[in-house]
Design a protein around this ligand. Structure first.
Ligand SMILES: [Ca+2]
Ligand SMILES: [Ca+2]
Ligand SMILES: [Ca+2]
Length: 851
């Protein structure tokens, strides 16, 4: 019992950890593992298990939550490292994917089990998840139940492991590398350091593929014994030894994997672990003061949201301190905090310091927590969009060579675009080809003319047409509304060279509009209609990280040549991208909406292109109205909803041509549009000057209804914006809603308040759940420095890129990892967000400058 007491002290008291620092870590941790092994059954007498099943559906105690299939694999992209058994350890999700997997360090597209059902037995506090691998006819359950200081995790089955899975299937848990970088581990009597960079031994399997060998193996593993916040101990209770692997040898987004192979020929409980994670007694998550890292315009409201641990008691006041020239601070304002209530897993208070309008540099202080410095100044929005246009957009340009000072971001990429996609072909990045090509080309035949313009979709490199047309329309809006003539980039479509920070006398915004338009028009000219997009044919190219110009050989594929042969113009290497070309009427409308809009912006800059765009747009409109719509639909690559896309085309064509046929179509479409007003409101308002007073009245009625929804949504969380809960975080919707509110505020200022626009940007710049980081790299005092660009393997960023933001994991955990770039739903830049961000910042700047 004495020994037992000591163990409890170690795991439950930070104080004793300090005391135990006199011991060597090895000595200390060995004690722990001996204790674990030696006192296992005796422990149960201590009383109730530490973890309790929360009403929210997971096991919890202060400092630790154990989730069991509260989250599952991603429906579209398989393993997103948010699934199975997970730990939220002192506020950080450090462990995931506790499950049966079929290789030591599975990659994103490797087999995942099918979820059947989950049972929660409240009486015994046990969670049981039924799973299967149908291909192997293997069914099993994962069971988790609180036990002593931790949980017992087990794999159970009624059938022996199928022969094919023997030596393959194992029970594994994955540990976040950045939470364990350079920390030590103990495996029984052996010790080691978890590597900062992968370098553990590999072997070749029977098929000749490189597979990782375990770093260590044994019965009891202690991860990070030196770190009270991260220490996790796993002991095998039943089944094979633990093996520790480094998944990063095979894929940069791999995690550290702890695994026990499942035994052959056994049924019942075939693997069981006892897992404990140290908890710091009375642990409290530090308050997070959420505010705009960019700062505030003197005339806007300034409200910080204070996010508190649910066990924390809110303080009555907070202070705004002004930074003096000598580094000292003066209290500028002290005010009461107001309780907001609870949202997700935290409690919230607000601190309103709107009355401070004096220019200067400030920090907010709440208890012992102080923010980064931020500005209150009238010019803060004037340049906040510059990195997006100056850096993010040029770096995303496909079919160009892009250089910034001494650094080449990438060479001239994808000059071998593109091969006709084979028919009846489904692709892993949400593209598909239907039963026909709808082009003059045979499957895998080269389609000439597509290797021009466009931007890399996101952290990947595809030309997604929906993204391209959204960007073009948004950039045209910025051009027409704000007259942005900034010129910091040389863009030459003849030499295909782009130089950052080198003006060429031409407005960058127009040059980007031209670049997107060239790709959209090229599609129509090559095959007669908009195509879904252009994307790598195989995962081996899709997973490419680094310079896109090295992804293919930039020579058109020639099947007559041997796979390593080239005649200097073509090559036998099958690495060209595929063009997905199945006709889609919604996509065609979206594309011509952008062409019609671009024709206005490009007039006077590139008249030939402007004329070609408008001619094509009118022709496609007429064609589409001469037959039943093509409604081939797949993933997110075949256009939006038919009515929305047609409305878009009608509005842009009407604004460009003033032709009454488009006005009549808008009027006849109104009942459908009104039903979907929120998503079409911005367009509906822009069409008003070209339609009659009756139309304006109908829009006004819809705006009033929208205002009611807006007020309701604003009550759902302390940020006053609508926060989505899907597998991809919601910055896109937040920026979109702010832009809608801007359009509605301008047309109906008495109905829609200006603050509904500013709140969207405040959210993006740091006033959001989970943390207070600015989601725009290099904008704001503290911003995303680790993001999912195509440079993510370097733990780096692209200035001006905007990430998806705070992902709300089930049931209540907002997450945006700042030290791990690879979670795409939180950290992946998307090019259309860049365009809409440029627009929104200029809109806010415009509103506040006029006041
Ligand atoms: Ca993509
Ligand atoms: Ca320029
Ligand atoms: Ca090629």
């Amino acid at each position: 019992m004495l020994l037992l007491k000591k163990y409890l002290i170690i795991t439950h008291s930070l104080q004793s950890i300090v005391t135990y620092e006199n011991f060597s870590f090895l000595h200390w941790a060995l004690c722990c593992s001996i204790l674990l092994a030696g006192t296992f059954t005796g422990h149960a007498q201590v009383g109730k298990p530490l973890l309790k099943l929360d009403t929210a559906g997971y096991f919890t105690t202060r400092g630790l939550d154990v989730l069991v299939y509260n989250n599952g694999y991603n429906e579209s992209f398989n393993d997103s490292k948010i699934s199975g058994i997970e730990l939220i350890h002192h506020g950080v999700r450090t462990v995931t994917n506790g499950d049966v997997r079929l290789s030591p360090t599975p990659e994103q597209w490797d087999p995942i089990p099918q979820f059947v059902k989950k049972e929660v037995d409240k009486a015994t506090g046990t969670v049981k998840v039924y799973l299967s691998y149908p291909t192997y006819k293997f069914e099993f359950t994962l069971e988790a139940k609180p036990y002593q200081e931790g949980v017992l995790l087990s794999v159970n089955t009624n059938q022996p492991l199928p022969q094919q899975l023997v030596g393959q299937a194992g029970f594994s848990l994955e540990f976040l590398p950045s939470a364990y970088f350079s920390k030590t581990y103990l495996m029984d009597k052996a010790s080691g350091v978890l590597p900062l960079y992968p370098g553990s031994n590999m072997m070749l399997d029977k098929a000749g593929n490189a597979q990782p060998l375990p770093i260590t193996q044994g019965k009891t593993l202690i991860m990070a014994p030196e770190d009270a916040e991260r220490r996790v101990t796993i002991t095998v209770k039943q089944g094979a030894d633990l093996q520790l692997y480094d998944g990063r040898n095979k894929a940069q987004n791999g995690w550290f994997v702890v695994r026990s192979l499942l035994p052959a020929g056994k049924t019942g409980k075939i693997a069981a672990w006892y897992l404990t994670a140290n908890v710091i007694p009375q642990w409290l998550r530090q308050p997070v003061i959420e505010y705009s890292q960019l700062g505030y315009h003197p005339n806007q409201q300034k409200v910080a949201v204070i996010e508190l641990d649910k066990n924390d008691a809110p303080l009555p006041t907070a202070r705004l301190l002004k930074l003096n020239a000598n580094g000292s601070f003066t209290t500028q304002y002290q005010g009461a905090t107001s309780r907001w209530g609870s949202y997700l897993r935290y409690n919230y208070a607000k601190f309103n310091f709107s009355q401070v309008k004096e220019n200067g540099i400030y920090v907010i202080e709440y208890g012992k927590t102080r923010t980064q410095p931020f500005r209150i100044a009238a010019d803060i929005y004037q340049t906040a969009w510059n990195p997006t246009l100056d850096v993010y957009f040029p770096v995303a340009m496909d079919h160009m060579y892009v250089k910034e000072a001494y650094r080449v971001w990438h060479g001239n990429s994808h000059m071998d675009d593109a091969l006709q996609a084979p028919v009846n072909h489904e692709h892993f990045d949400l593209y598909a080809q239907g039963p026909e090509t709808h082009t003059p080309y045979k499957p895998l035949q080269h389609i000439p003319g597509l290797n021009v313009g466009g931007w890399y979709d996101a952290g990947d490199f595809d030309i997604r047409t929906q993204t391209i047309y959204a960007v073009v329309m948004s950039l045209v809006q910025s051009w027409e509304s704000f007259n942005i003539k900034r010129d910091e980039t040389s863009i030459n479509q003849n030499t295909k060279h782009v130089y950052l920070h080198v003006p060429d006398g031409k407005p960058d915004l127009l040059q980007q509009i031209e670049h997107g338009t060239l790709q959209l028009l090229a599609q129509h000219q090559a095959v007669g209609h908009a195509i879904n997009g252009i994307v790598e044919s195989r995962l081996t190219e899709y997973t490419h990280l680094g310079d896109a110009s090295t992804k293919t050989d930039n020579l058109v594929y020639n099947p007559k040549l041997d796979s390593l042969q080239s005649d200097g113009f073509t090559s036998g290497t099958y690495d060209d991208r595929l063009a997905f070309t199945t006709k889609s009427t919604p996509l065609n409308y979206g594309s011509i909406a952008a062409l019609a809009a671009a024709s206005r912006a490009l007039r006077g800059y590139n008249d030939t292109l402007a004329t070609a765009c408008l001619t094509r747009a009118r022709k496609v409109w007429a064609d589409e109205h001469s037959h039943a719509p093509d409604l081939f639909s797949h993933g997110n690559t075949t256009g939006g909803q038919l009515d929305d896309e047609e409305f878009r085309a009608a509005v842009e064509l009407l604004i460009t041509t003033k032709d009454q046929q488009y006005a009549s179509r808008i009027n006849s479409m109104w009942p459908v549009i009104e039903k979907r007003f929120a998503r079409n409101a911005e367009l509906a308002v822009r069409a008003m000057p070209y339609l009659d007073a009756g139309y304006a009245k109908k829009v006004e009625t819809a705006v009033k209804a929208y205002k009611g929804q807006l007020t309701e949504l604003a009550k759902q969380n302390p940020y006053g914006v609508f926060i989505t809960r899907a597998g991809w975080a919601g910055n896109g919707q937040i920026i979109g809603a702010a832009i809608t509110n801007y359009a509605l505020h301008k047309a109906f200022p008495q109905i829609i308040d200006a603050e509904t626009v500013y709140q969207g940007l405040n959210y993006i710049f740091g006033c959001h759940p989970g943390s207070n980081i600015s989601f725009v790299s290099a904008v704001g005092t503290l911003s995303k420095e680790v993001a999912y660009g195509n440079n993510r393997a370097d733990f780096s960023f692209i200035a001006g890129g905007i990430v998806p933001g705070a992902l709300i994991l089930n049931p209540n955990f907002p997450e945006n990892k700042e030290d791990w770039p690879f979670l795409w739903g939180e950290n992946e830049y998307v090019v259309n967000l860049g365009a809409s961000y440029i627009y929104l910042v200029n809109a806010v700047n415009d509103m506040l400058s006029k006041k």
